[in-house]
Design a protein. Structure first.
Length: 388
């Protein structure tokens, strides 16, 4: 018989470390899981280090039996989300659990009780912590390791969440495009994309593309934030990045971006759009396999060996970007996509993953499909009314 189930808060640094280490229990023997760098997760959960906590309230909980952790969850109040959307939505995230439905339901109830006590009427998740970080539950596509900054989980999580009264709020799709047979001049590409791009070039004068300026990185990063916030402002679940979050993202992404693939589009010198692809460093991190007891510097050294020496990173994730509203739907995205594709081929990438794409974002779904992308993974966000 299993021991008595207890739900306990994880508040101290030591408790948060045990909370993080629990993931290695859940995924032991799973060939597709990509373990995180422990130092990164410690900083992520630390209210003093991650800027999300400046506008949010987060509570961590563990489920324990006989003193052993069998599950984790976070209850999250994102004040910026609720101010932006006029909602009273609380979130759950960092949900990990052994195959123990009682523990799963108790963890979800703990997150529900917390956000309800803060005046929320809906619980949504999983979010780690918002749409600007990792979000969504993998519900289809256990066909390989996840790409960088996307989630992964056992199949039984969906059953546990749905049996606790949650229903689908929105699906997020990942499209995979094999570009290995496409030529730099566009041969092998969907003719429709070439036609749309050419019409846009003929119709819109003064449009130019430039790569990110690594010598003026901070200014270009701020410019990207402005364009990102403008381009995504009406997307479901969007929350604008703060300056502090931007600075944090810069620190995390600067070492891994491929500077040749980060592009800005301008009309008569005014920046109106951008694209930020990410090399799928998970392909290298999976081989390095960080774990408790192994220093992160050693895991990082192994990751960079597999990435830079063994050249194992062959997938580019179309991570973020877009155009400001007045230039949306005019074909400029096709021009930028073609330039990204050309550079990706020159840089030796063989696949592009467009992710994640909201099921309700029809234009982006069409763009991904036109670039030979096929849905191969689905992530789901769930809602539950918690009004009593």
């Amino acid at each position: 018989m299993p021991g008595k189930l207890l739900i306990r808060p994880a508040e101290t640094a030591a408790e948060r470390k045990a909370y993080i280490y629990f993931m290695w229990d859940v995924y032991k023997g799973d060939p597709y899981w990509v373990p995180p760098l422990i130092s990164e997760r410690i900083g992520f959960l630390d209210p003093a280090k991650h800027p999300f906590h400046q506008h949010a309230k987060v509570r961590y909980f563990t489920a324990q039996r006989d003193g052993k952790i069998v599950g984790t969850i976070a209850g999250i109040i994102n004040h910026n989300h609720n101010a932006y959307w006029g909602d009273k939505v609380g979130f759950f995230g960092l949900f990990e659990v052994l195959k123990d439905e009682e523990a799963a339901h108790a963890l979800l109830a703990a997150a529900e009780d917390f956000v309800r006590s803060e005046g929320m009427d809906t619980l949504r998740g999983p979010m780690n912590f918002s749409t600007n970080e990792e979000c969504g539950l993998l519900v289809d596509g256990w066909n390989g390791p996840p790409v960088a900054m996307l989630t992964y989980n056992p199949r039984y999580y969906a059953d546990f969440i749905e049996s606790a009264g949650f229903a689908k709020a929105q699906d997020l799709y990942a499209y995979l495009s094999d570009i290995s047979n496409i030529q730099p001049d566009g041969t092998g590409l969907n003719p429709k994309v070439l036609r749309v791009a050419q019409k846009a070039r003929d119709r819109i004068e003064g449009f130019s593309i430039r790569p990110i300026n690594m010598h003026d990185f901070d200014n270009d990063a701020r410019l990207f934030k402005e364009l990102y916030n403008a381009a995504w402002s009406k997307n479901w679940g969007f929350v604008p990045l703060t300056d502090a979050e931007l600075a944090h993202e810069i620190g995390a992404l600067k070492p891994i971006i491929d500077k040749h693939t980060v592009l800005f589009g301008a009309k008569d010198g005014r920046s109106i759009g951008a694209s930020l692809p990410l090399p799928d460093v998970n392909q290298a991190l999976h081989r390095a396999y960080p774990r408790p007891g192994i220093p992160d510097w050693w895991s990082l050294a192994k990751m960079f060996y597999w990435w830079k020496v063994r050249k194992c990173v062959t997938t580019l994730r179309a991570f973020a970007g877009g155009f400001i509203e007045e230039y949306r739907g005019r074909g400029l995205d096709a021009i930028l996509a073609l330039e990204n594709l050309k550079i990706a081929l020159q840089r030796g990438y063989t696949h592009i993953e467009f992710s994640w794409v909201l099921e309700s974002n029809i234009p982006m779904r069409q763009t991904a499909a036109n670039l030979h992308g096929q849905i191969y993974r689905t992530y789901r966000l769930y809602d539950k009314s918690i009004i009593r």
